[in-house]
Ligand binder design. Structure first.
Ligand code: CAA
Length: 464
């Protein structure tokens, strides 16, 4: 049975900071953000928004757009790493908000949980719900998987330049118009790590930035190895001599904590895949420098990062490699379109990969490419850490959805924050009623209870 993504909708907060303003205020070269990281703007939440609001607004949009009633929805999952309760799941808040519009008890029949594993949990949620459909448990109903996050780092930290916020919701069913997931190839890797984590009660994460970058690439590569075995064993792909698995993916969508991380990860995977192929010898000859090897090739991530000579040479090699015609072709054809939205919005943690997917669809379609039957490979990563590699094929009815995508129009009514306003918001100095914007027809947070008996209870309204 086919199962996959029928439709996708995004909800992005209407406030943002400009990368150049931010760089100036922090004494950084704006080029570091714009060119080095690929960050132009970062979406910021208002005082009356939390990740549950973002998720509920995305869900309402997709339900209204598809004229769905709560009866049509069998499952509602929320994946997030911005959770504000250790017990009450975020999907319960989302259902509470949706029932303000659809009527109390309207979603009573519906199941679901909040899932957590840093930025990868949305991919696990998609996988579980796809299998719920494949198992014939859905009885004609759809599943909603919402990925929603506020990427917020300590002020003055190096992570602060990779912030953002937003939610992406995907409607899943057994007749998906957009993308059907390839069965029996989903691959995972997992390892107990401390590259990025957020202990109880702390609003911002503890991050080992360069360590997390390298770990991301290693973990995704490990999952890709397993995907490869599965894809070949299941007969989904057959490799001719001199081919790699990546040749059989028309597009690659990667987890994007910042847009250039997608390019870094692609270069890492391509190097790994091409190394054993005849084409690699030719590329090395053209580049004129050998591929560097760490002093201890079987060492730990720490030993590799501590090997300064290797790191410097590898950096130089990667820079040169990404400029080769061979890499540029892969980059432009398979990845570049998926990075456009990330540049304009920033990091969405769990939602980053799916914002990239949506960006890929819109901007590839705009090139006039017929997307029917194209295969998309997904490289999902969550710190802590786990990676997931899977794929899907674009379906014949995709145009019905993709032709109406217009990121510019959806983001248009945004307000640029001054650095002073951003810092006030960052330090949580204002209450929900002191919001910067007064949006209409959206769910907003009104109050978080501070009394002993009901501490933490949240109240939301739908702004008519
Ligand atoms: N002009 C142009 N480019 C410049 C420049 C300038 N003046 N100055 C620096 N650059 C380039 C650098 O060369 C580098 O590019 P390459 O990676 O291609 O070499 C890029 O800008 C970034 O520079 P640095 O690596 O020196 O930046 P940094 O160390 O100060 O911070 C970071 C980068 C580690 C990603 C940091 O922002 C961070 O910690 N972010 C949060 C953690 C994160 O995003 N990790 C990613 C993987 S983990 C994950 O994905 C989970 C998650 O969602 C958080």
């Amino acid at each position: 049975m086919a199962a996959g993504i029928d439709d996708i909708t995004i909800y992005i907060p209407r406030l943002y900071i400009d990368a150049a303003d931010f760089a100036k205020a922090r004494g950084l070269d704006p080029e570091k953000l714009q060119k080095g990281l690929g960050v132009s703007q970062m979406a910021i939440v208002d005082t009356n928004q939390d990740p549950a609001c973002l998720a509920a607004n995305a869900c309402l949009q997709i339900m209204q757009k598809n004229k769905l009633s709560p009866e049509d929805i069998g499952r509602l999952y929320v994946s997030t790493e911005s959770s504000f309760d250790e017990s009450k799941a975020m999907n319960s808040y989302v259902i509470g908000m949706l029932e303000q519009v659809y009527g109390q008890g309207a979603f009573e029949h519906c199941g679901g949980v909040e899932t957590k594993f840093a930025c990868v949990s949305g991919s696990y949620a998609l996988y579980d719900n796809t299998n719920w459909i494949r198992a014939g448990e859905a009885e004609g109903k759809h599943a909603l998987v919402v990925v929603s996050d506020i990427a917020k780092y300590d002020m003055g930290s190096s992570g602060e330049m990779t912030q953002g916020a937003g939610a992406v919701v995907m409607l899943l069913n057994d007749e998906p118009r957009l993308l059907a997931f390839d069965p029996k190839v989903t691959a995972t890797s997992i390892k107990d790590e401390y590259d990025f984590y957020r202990p109880f009660g702390k609003e911002t994460p503890i991050v080992h930035g360069q360590y997390s970058n390298l770990l991301y690439m290693i973990q995704v590569r490990k999952a890709l190895e397993i995907y490869k075995k599965k894809a070949l064993a299941s007969g989904l792909m057959k490799l001719e001599p001199g081919e790699t698995i990546l040749d059989h993916m028309d597009y690659l969508n990667m987890h994007l904590p910042y847009s250039n991380m997608g390019k870094k990860a692609l270069a890492y995977l391509v190097r790994h895949e091409w190394r054993q192929l005849p084409r690699w010898k030719k590329i090395i000859q053209e580049m004129g420098i050998p591929e560097p090897v760490p002093k201890d090739p079987r060492g730990t991530i720490e030993s590799v990062l501590g090997d300064e000579e290797f790191m410097a040479k590898d950096h130089e090699f990667t820079k040169l490699f990404t400029k080769t015609r061979e890499f540029q072709e892969v980059y432009e054809a398979k990845l570049a379109s998926s990075l456009i939205a990330s540049k304009m919005i920033g990091n969405l943690y769990t939602a980053s990969l799916y914002l990239g997917f949506r960006s890929c669809l819109e901007f590839e379609y705009q090139k006039g490419i017929d997307l029917n039957g194209k295969r998309i490979g997904f490289g999902s990563y969550g710190s802590g850490s786990s990676a997931m590699v899977f794929s899907g094929t674009i379906q014949p009815q995709y145009e019905e959805i993709v032709k109406n995508m217009n990121l510019e129009a959806e983001l248009a009514p945004r307000r640029k924050l001054t650095l002073q306003e951003y810092e006030i918001l960052h330090e949580n100095k204002l209450s929900p009623e002191e919001s910067m914007l007064h949006t209409k027809r959206e769910f907003v947070l009104v109050d978080v209870n501070t009394t002993v008996e009901s501490r933490g209870e949240r109240r939301y309204i739908f702004n008519e």
